[in-house]
Ligand binder design. Sequence first.
Ligand code: NAD
Ligand code: GLY
Length: 360
Amino acid sequence: MQTRTLQLDLGKKSYPIYMGQNLLTQAQFLTNHIAGKQVMIITNTTVAPLYLNKVKALLSLLKVAEVILPDGEQYKTLETVNLIFDALLENRFDRSCTLIALGGGVIGDMTGFAAASYQRGVNFIQIPTTLLSQVDSSVGGKTGVNHALGKNMIGAFYQPKCVIIDVDTLDTLDDRQYSAGMAEVIKYGLLGNKAFLTFLQANIESLIARDKDLIIQAVYQSCVDKANIVAQDELETGKRALLNFGHTFGHAIENTLGYGVFLHGEAISVGMLMAAELSKLIGNLTDQEVFAVKDLLEKSNLPVSVNGKINALEFFDAMRVDKKAIDGNIRLILMKKLGESYISSSYQKEQLKQIINDFC
Ligand code: NAD
Ligand code: GLY
């Protein structure tokens, strides 16, 4: 398959997103974007045995160091990022160095944040290896860590020099993680691309059965949609908030239950259905349309409720710790119709509470 290249257009900060198969055997995608001679690969204990040597083999002429972090959302913290700083300083890396994030969204978010902060900013490259990170987190420059009081609350906007998406890395990803990534793919259809939503509805069984050609189409379209939105609103002063469709509900689930009970994409799945139900309650969607959303999520083996694991009061409280909240007012991404979303703070609090009660 031909490698596809997509440009994220951000003026001087523009960068290519390379996508295809077998990219981790081709050095040029990586080496063309490394400026200095010092490279640090940041990965974790799960991904390192699978892909670290492959990536190192592409960098034989450079000084390459590595940091292998513990695996898990619970380690997406300032303490873990500090391990990256320790390694950079111990290896005397200077401002010309390049950090490479090799892994899923957790590694990508932490590496990007370390790159934004180390010596006030060094180069970094994303090599995402989960479906979720390939279609969402590696693109667009949101970086950061969790705080005990809220998910992704500490961070920076900081763009990579390039993103290298080798869809073959998905071959080693387990089914649960793959489905969690599919939630973010579905998000693009629901929030603003009716044609893509129709494609997903028609092909979801084959996508879940991992048809490679369909995966490539879905990853590519997701990156196109994300890149378009980020190019219009890098710092999320407006339209970019649409990419958080389902996330205010989803983050509340993750924050309340603790990390690991629901994977990020699983929490977003429930969150998207809650947003669809609220959209129905305010008169924007029909029963059949909400059913169509639920059906697509269920066919992706994603959860569609919290199964009594959270009580409604806790849920509502957790929703208030959200970056989209302004002066304590929870702004939500709701649907005008299938394939079109908008930012709303004009729904009734009672309607939101009803939805939360129904799902809890
Ligand atoms: P993750 O990084 O925890 O990866 C999931 C699991 O898959 C981990 O155990 C990981 O080690 C393993 N893994 C990674 N690649 C693998 C491979 N190829 N084969 C086998 N196992 C592999 O989770 P994720 O779903 O990739 O990312 C979730 C994170 O991304 C969350 O922290 C979320 O907040 C963040 N996120 C960020 C953005 C953004 O714009 N920056 C967007 C969406 C999500
Ligand atoms: N995942 C949301 C964003 O990148 O804005």
